[in-house]
Design a protein around this ligand. Structure first.
Ligand code: ZN
Ligand code: FE
Length: 258
C-alpha cells in the first residue's frame, strides 16, 4: 500500500447530492465529505466495513452539513471545515484555511479557499490520491451559483482549480451533469471535447450511473466556466469583447436563466 491508495465511495443523498467516503487503505482512516444526511452514510459505512474518523465540509449549506452532528455522535469523528464559516458549520472541531493540510490517516489533503458559491467555500485536494473534493465550487461541466461571493472571486477560484493536474479526479457534490451538459452545448456548441463528454454523460445517466467523477483534464477541455477566456467559446457565445471575468459573469448569468 502506498500513500496514493485512496478508495472513494459515492453515497447518493437527498435529491441530487453525493456524499463521498474517502478511505485511506493504509490506516483505515475514513472521511465523509459533505454529509448532507447521516442515514445513507451510516448504511454505506456498515456495508463497506469502514469506520468514520473525519467529516470534511466544503461549506456551511445544509445540504452539505446536515449529517454532521448525528455522525459525530455515532462515530466520534472530527469535523473539519473553513474557519471563516466557524459559526455556521455544525460541530466544527478543526477550523482550516488556505494552504492548511488535513491528515486522513496516511493521506494528506491540501486546503484551497475557493470563494464564489459562498464567501467561505473551501475544497480538499488529495495530491497523492489524485482526488479533488470540489463541493459546490466546481461541478462537472458547471459551477456553483453565486450566493455569497462575486463573479470575480469565482473566476479566480476556478482559474486556480483548472491548474491542478489533468489526471485529478473531480468529485463534486451534486449530480447536475446532464443539465450542465445541455447548457454547456448552448454556449460552446462546436467544442468536440464537450460533445464527447456530453455523449458519455447521457449514456451514463441513461444507465442510472453517476457521471461523477470526471477528470480535471476533461473539465478544462469541456466545462464552459473554465473556458471564459477561450477564443472559440467566446466567439460562439458572442462575448469576444468582454474581459475573462466579464465573460465568466455573462456565462453564469445565462446559466441562471437557462
Ligand atoms: Zn451549496
Ligand atoms: Fe449544495
Amino acid at each position: 500500500m502506498s500513500m496514493a491508495d485512496l478508495d472513494v465511495h459515492l453515497v447518493p443523498a437527498l435529491d441530487d447530492n453525493y456524499v463521498f467516503l474517502s478511505h485511506d487503505a493504509a490506516t483505515g482512516a475514513c472521511a465523509a465529505v459533505d454529509p448532507s444526511q447521516s442515514a445513507p452514510v451510516e448504511a454505506a459505512l456498515d456495508r463497506l466495513g469502514w469506520k468514520l474518523t473525519h467529516i470534511l465540509n466544503t461549506h456551511a449549506h445544509g445540504d452539505h452539513t446536515g449529517g454532521n452532528l448525528d455522525l459525530k455522535r455515532k462515530y466520534g469523528c472530527k469535523v473539519v471545515g473553513a474557519g471563516k464559516d466557524a459559526g455556521a458549520i455544525p460541530g466544527l472541531d478543526i477550523p482550516v484555511g488556505e494552504g492548511d493540510t488535513v491528515q486522513i490517516g496516511a493521506s494528506a489533503a491540501r486546503l484551497m479557499e475557493t470563494p464564489g458559491h459562498t464567501s467561505g467555500h473551501v475544497v480538499y485536494w488529495f495530491e497523492d490520491g489524485q482526488a479533488l473534493f470540489s463541493g459546490d465550487a466546481l461541478f462537472s461541466l458547471g459551477c456553483g451559483r453565486l450566493f455569497g461571493g462575486s463573479a470575480a472571486q469565482m473566476w479566480a477560484s476556478l482559474s486556480r482549480l483548472r491548474q491542478l493536474p489533468g489526471e485529478t479526479k473531480v468529485y463534486c457534490a451534486h449530480e447536475y451533469t446532464l443539465a450542465n451538459a445541455k447548457f454547456a452545448l448552448s454556449v460552446d456548441p462546436h467544442n468536440q471535447a464537450l460533445q464527447r463528454r456530453a455523449g458519455a454523460v447521457r449514456a451514463l445517466r441513461a444507465a442510472g450511473k453517476p457521471a461523477i467523477p470526471s477528470t480535471m483534464a476533461e473539465e478544462r477541455a469541456a466545462n464552459p466556466f473554465l473556458r471564459a477566456d477561450n477564443e472559440d467559446l467566446r466567439k460562439a457565445a458572442g462575448i469576444e469583447n468582454l474581459s475573462a471575468v466579464e465573460a465568466f459573469a455573462e456565462i453564469r448569468r445565462r446559466k441562471d436563466r437557462f
